[in-house]
Design a protein around this ligand. Structure first.
Ligand code: CA
Length: 218
């Protein structure tokens, strides 16, 4: 899962990046409105944390532009503006959630997870696919009830395929949702991770559809 953090306060941005990384997300950060607009229009994110008071372009205008151009990723507004009319304006501009500063990191993370889950049509925090269980709140994976140890990247890949279970996910889509913008992407790396996951979870769970991508059976 990949998040965009739009926050002009450098210390808070770094804290948010670390917290979402602990939660199993990889994140890009934008400190100005122009950069945020550009990233949100060109990159694939599973969720966005959006500050409202920003240099160049304010958060509400960014959100309005994204929605007008068909960008549908879940957006949580994180701001010090705590008036009810600010919340109404944010939600009416297309935000999916609204949290006011000061806030608690566990609450923010829980809200982000709920947004990602719902965006993919899952109500349950634990995704069960045959003998494989993926707890998206603890990032614990089990096979027939026994814990399976995965690296952060392996977990991200499996969790993304699980959220999209039953669908064919192209290599391009996987790559876009697994790696941060500054990461050196390499399609071979993806194949290596899939091979390691198959070794840990058993052959046949992750199907390869030649020329199309991968599918995790329901
Ligand atoms: Ca700000």
């Amino acid at each position: 899962m990949r998040a965009l953090i739009v926050e002009d306060h450098p210390v808070l941005a770094a804290q948010l990046k670390a917290a979402v990384a602990d939660a199993g997300f990889v994140a890009d950060c934008a400190s100005g409105g122009e950069e945020a607009l550009f990233l949100g229009e060109t990159e694939a994110y599973d969720v966005v944390i959006l500050d409202l008071g920003l240099p160049e372009v304010d958060g509400l205008s960014i959100l309005t532009r994204w929605r007008a151009t068909g960008r549908a990723m879940p957006v949580l507004i994180l701001t010090a503006r705590d008036g009810w009319s600010d919340k109404v304006a944010g939600l009416n501009a297309g935000a999916d959630d609204y949290l006011t500063k000061p806030f608690n990191l566990p609450e923010l993370i829980a809200r982000l997870r709920a947004l990602v889950r719902r965006a993919h049509g899952h109500a349950q925090p634990v995704i069960t696919l045959g003998a494989v269980g993926i707890d998206t709140t603890t990032q614990q994976v089990t096979l027939a009830g026994a814990p399976v140890r995965l690296t952060a990247l392996e977990y991200r890949l499996l969790a993304y395929l699980a959220l999209r279970s039953g669908a064919v996910v192209s290599k391009t889509e996987l790559t876009e949702h697994l790696y941060a913008q500054d990461f050196d992407r390499d399609s071979n790396t993806l194949e290596v991770i899939i091979a390691r996951l198959r070794k840990k979870l058993g052959e046949g769970r992750i199907e390869t559809l030649r020329g199309q991508g991968y599918r995790l059976s329901r």
